[in-house]
Structures are given as C-alpha cells and as structure tokens.
Design a protein around this ligand. Structure first.
Ligand code: MG
Ligand code: NI
Length: 488
C-alpha cells in the first residue's frame, strides 16, 4: 500500500502550491510531485485586447513581480512597433529595474529563503521565519532593512508612477523624464543601496560562508542537479538583467546555444502535464525526456545560479569579485550544480544590482530630456525579454494591423524552473525520508529545495490542461475531512 504525504500550503513563496510525496509499502519515497493548482489564464484572455494595454494588464499577473512583467511587455511593444527607445528611456527603465531586482532579492533573502539558511536548524520551526531572522539581525538593523526597501520602492514610485503596477513603460520609451534636480537624491539612494547589499552579503558571509558546518550542510552536501543553464548576457557574455542575448550552457559547462530572444521558439518548447497548471519548458535540443537531468535531458534552469552558470560573470567590480570567490569554492569552474548555491548567487546579484544603480544614477543620460521615440511602425508580432528575479521572462504577442492581440505566449521564469523544482523536491525527499519516518524538520528541508529557486507560482500558472486539476476536501464542522474528491 502506498501512502501520500502532502505539504499544503507550501510556505514562504509567492503564490500557492502543494507537494505530494508518495511512499511505497516500505515507507521509501516512490515519487514526489510539485503541483500548482491555481490558474491565471492571462495568455488566453488578453486575446482581443489592444497590445498597447499589455504593460498595464500583465503587471496584474503578480503583485510581487509586476515590474518584470511590465518591462517585458514594454519591450515586446518596442519590438512590435519597430521602435528603439532613446538612451535616456533605456537608462530610466534600467534604473527602475535594478531598484526592483535589489528590493525583490532582499525580500527573498530576509523574509522567504533566508530563514532557511541563516536559522536552518531543523528543530527550530517556531524561529524559522522572518521574526526569527529579525531577532538574529537585531532591532536596529531590522529597521534599516525595512527602511531601505521602502526607499527603493519610493524611488520606483517616483519614476514609474506606481510601485505595484508601474505605468511608465510605453512603446519607444517611457512616459516622463527625470529632472536633473533629482540627481543628488537618486545618487543618495543608489549609494545607500550599495551599503544595503553589502550588509546583506556580509550577514550571509558570516553565518554561512564563515561557518564550516553551514557550508557543508547548505553548499557542499546540498543536492546537485545536472541541468542546462539559461540567462541573458551582454556582448562579453556577462550577466545582464535588462536585455541582450540568451545564452544556454550545458551541464559540462560548454556553450550549448546563444540566440536572440526573437528566436526563443526555435530553442524552447513547453511540455504540459495534466496534474498542474504550470508548463514545463525544455530545450528542443536535446528534447523532453521526462523528469530527469543530465546532458540528454532538455530540462534547464534559470534565475540567479543559472544566470551565473550561463555567463562569464558580472560587468561590475564588486559583484565580479564575489563571483570569482564562489567559483573558486566550487572547483574553479562553472557550472555550479548545488541547488542551495542559488542563495549565494542571489546575494551576488544584489551587489550587482546596487552597483548598476550607482552607475545609472551618476550617468548623464539618465537625466536627458528625450525619453520617447514616436516613430511607430505597423505591428505584426513582437517579443520582449528581461531577466526577472526568478529567471528569464519572455513575452510574445502577435497582433492584427490595428495592434489588437491575436495570440500571446508567456514563458515565465518559474515555468522554466518548474521541472528542476520537481526534481529537486524529489531528490530531497528521497535523501531524507526513510521507513516512513517524517517530521517537521524533514518536511522543511524538502521545502528548502524549492525555496532556493524563489519560485513565483502566481506568475507561473498559465497552462490550460485538457481537464482542470482539482482537489476538493469536504470538511465537517469540527474541521475533519469527511470526503476528498480528486480530478487530476
Ligand atoms: Mg506559455
Ligand atoms: Ni510573480
């Protein structure tokens, strides 16, 4: 007889998900499933809407990643109408985007994933949350963290109109320039952002990198996946959040593909399973071989560690220095395969985002007056791509000649990681669960396997399988489940 363990809801992530762990009659793990039961359906219901409304519509996909959705849509409109934004518009978009990346990574480090690595003892369930973490850093530093996040969000609001649903992106540019009189204020935020990023890194450095036991537990002994890695890079193959070309490296570290986001459909296809609303994108070469890793499997990963693996490092000095230190720790070469090293790579990205903010804040072009190219062509189709905090995000729209959407495909960051997340969860469950013995600490370690990826399931649920996966529990007045109906 098999037994199913269910972790529902999964905690400290964006959106709703469930983990089912199926044990055989000896209590060993037979299979683990990571299921996303919520359906968002944006790909379908935007059909018939004017494409120019997309930056506003898609920012409603998610309250956590709206800036990424907004900018991917805005860039898709640039492409759709064949316009190149002036340098000031690009600098303004990048300023907002790097502020967003920094505060979003900080959210994950301090509130969601950080408690796992900084307070990770399996027995400390009541401490293993944001409150435990705030206690660890102390009241004064906790205040500083909250205040810096709010200053970054105020900066986004002042430039992008709104922080949760930005309204500044337009085809060919942005809606408003930044007045030179704001230079000192913006530079001050950028400077303090650097201190903020370095403080976060130094907390991680002391608690994890400087602690042999933590390093063993979270880095050296962490589960390993041999997948392809994908990320956006610039001309020198260094990480870029806002734009460039997509680079894929293979599990042996060699370059597997390098292509313009326009050509994504030639390289990436989406596999669908009937039991979940996420799709499972995979590389057409080598193809979908099921939930398995290795060089023969088209499963690839995105987001901080994959970006690092798909690149040759960072264009800014401090982030690149930490990149080299990370690589040195893992035998001196990429790819780094340890899933929990995602946390480390994310902290390096916080430094990179802060360094880019300083570069942008001190540049002349940020404050230049010309922020829109109005020379719009006749629309047919457009692709927009950015690196969201959680990985590569692709928007692809086709329209009629009036610019009304006729088809829409979104490849959301967490889609690309979803097969790898399934594998990581199953691997952790197999390592930890034996003879049917499970406790809270073990289940949290299983959850740690997905939290390292920082998945956003709110963003990543657009598949319409033939039947709607559904699980209904009927609960009596005492809270007991009297009947469970399943349609998977
Ligand atoms: Mg899709
Ligand atoms: Ni999201």
């Amino acid at each position: 007889m098999t037994t199913t363990l269910t972790i529902d809801p999964m905690t400290r992530l964006e959106g709703h998900g469930k983990i089912h762990i199926v044990l055989d009659d000896k209590g060993e793990v037979e299979r683990a499933l990571f299921q996303v039961p919520e359906l968002r359906g944006f790909e379908s219901f935007v059909v018939g809407r004017p494409a120019v409304d997309m930056p506003q519509i898609v920012s409603r996909i998610c309250g956590v990643c709206p800036t990424a959705q907004h900018l991917a849509a805005t860039k898709a409109l640039d492409d759709l109408f064949g316009v190149t934004p002036p340098p000031a518009a690009r600098a303004i978009r990048e300023l907002v985007y790097h502020a967003f990346m920094l505060e979003d990574h900080a959210l994950h480090f301090y509130f969601l994933g950080g408690p796992d690595i900084l307070l990770g003892a399996p027995e400390s369930a009541t401490q293993r949350n944001v409150l435990g973490l705030l206690r660890l850093v102390g009241r004064d530093d906790a205040k500083k963290i909250i205040s810096m996040r709010s200053r970054l969000r105020e900066l986004i609001t002042s430039v992008a109109g709104k922080v949760v649903h930005p309204v500044f992106g337009l085809p060919g540019g942005v809606s408003r320039r930044i007045e030179p009189s704001r230079r000192d204020q913006i530079q001050a935020v950028a400077r303090d952002s650097m201190t903020f990023a370095l403080d976060a890194f130094s907390l991680f450095d002391t608690k994890v990198l400087g602690d042999e036991r933590s390093m063993e537990r979270f880095v050296y002994d962490s589960d390993v996946l041999e997948t392809f890695s994908m990320g956006t890079v610039d001309k020198s193959n260094q990480v870029s959040f806002y734009g460039g070309v997509l680079r894929v490296t293979s599990p042996d570290g060699s370059e597997h593909a390098r292509f313009d986001p326009h050509d994504y459909a030639g390289h990436i296809a989406e596999h669908v399973e009937p039991w979940t609303c996420v799709t499972f994108p995979y590389l057409r070469d080598p193809g979908w071989k099921g939930f398995t890793d290795g060089i023969e499997s088209g499963v690839y990963r995105v987001a901080p560690l994959a970006r690092l693996n798909a690149s040759t490092g960072y264009s800014t000095p401090r982030a690149h220095q930490e990149y080299e230190r990370l690589i040195e720790t893992f035998n001196g070469r990429t790819p780094v395969r340890q899933t929990l090293a995602y946390h480390w790579a994310r902290l390096i990205e916080m430094i990179y985002a802060a360094e880019r903010l300083e570069e942008l804040a001190t540049s002349e072009e940020l404050y230049a007056p010309e922020v829109r190219n109005m020379d719009l062509g006749t629309p047919t189709s457009g692709v927009g791509c950015v690196e969201a905090p959680r990985g590569t995000l692709i928007h692809h729209y086709a329209t009629d000649s009036q610019g009304v959407i006729t088809a829409c495909n979104l490849i959301v960051a967490t889609h690309s990681n979803s097969a790898a997340i399934c594998l990581s969860i199953e691997r952790a469950a197999r390592r930890l669960i034996h003879k049917g013995v499970v406790d809270d600490g073990i289940l949290n370690e299983v959850e740690m396997a997905f939290r390292a990826y920082d998945p956003c399931l709110t963003c990543a649920s657009h598949s319409l399988p033939g039947t709607m996966p559904l699980h209904v529990d009927i609960v009596d007045h005492r809270g007991r489940v009297t009947e469970s109906l399943r349609k998977l």
